[in-house]
Design a protein around this ligand. Sequence first.
Ligand SMILES: [Zn+2]
Length: 268
Amino acid sequence: MQRVACLAALACSSSCIAVQVPEPPVSVQTAEGEVRASNREDAERVAALLVELAPKVREILVETRAEPPQVYVLEWDVPKFGDGSNYDGRILMNGRSRPRERFCLAHELVHWQITGAWELLPHTAQEGLADRVAAQLAPETRVERELMLAYQLQWGSLRDPMDALKLSTREWSGVRNTWDRFSLYGVGYFIVARIGIEDLHAMCAEAKAEERISVLPMELLERARLSPYDVREWKADIDAIVFADPGAIAAWSDEVKRPGEVRATQPR
Ligand SMILES: [Zn+2]
């Protein structure tokens, strides 16, 4: 994890500059927020997705903020942001996120909705929560995402899950290397998968009631019954999640064999 921390520090020292995002001209207003895009087709497509996904995210998280988001669908890609991001008080959907729009918007809506006790969750676990909810609401992406995260935890450079859970939001945004990011997503995702979203919220609510500022990394690992020493020791536990549904793996494998498919999921 040393490598990830260094990358974060270096990247943040050179990149923490506010970016002015131009306002796309076409607006579609919905009860769940406003979507702006460069053309009506994109705006209406994402608006329909927003109307469908926002109530589902609220239902899963239970404790959520009241304000509806403003979503910008960008034609161009902001490399630093991945597929999407919560930035400057709105959700940005990068141009390259379109094949993964459903997963990406669900993930970003979780970040948007997080409030109250959820804010006591370390950022890496918040990312895991966003991915877990998105995988639930975009089930066609789940198998590939889980396989990629499991692979990265087994073969990537990250070893110490405590280091991953101690990273701040600012340090997280500075991690540019894609594979380092997937390692961090993996730590968060499998912790949330092992604990369950309802129990995770109960942990956060308990910590808030005790007037603590954060749920501790060790608490999360103990509750998830995952090794605090080395993520490679998680292999059997992770395999039990990823390969729990052989039918889903087989269906995904058939999809992969089809030419011309665009897959992979990589929101911020
Ligand atoms: Zn995220």
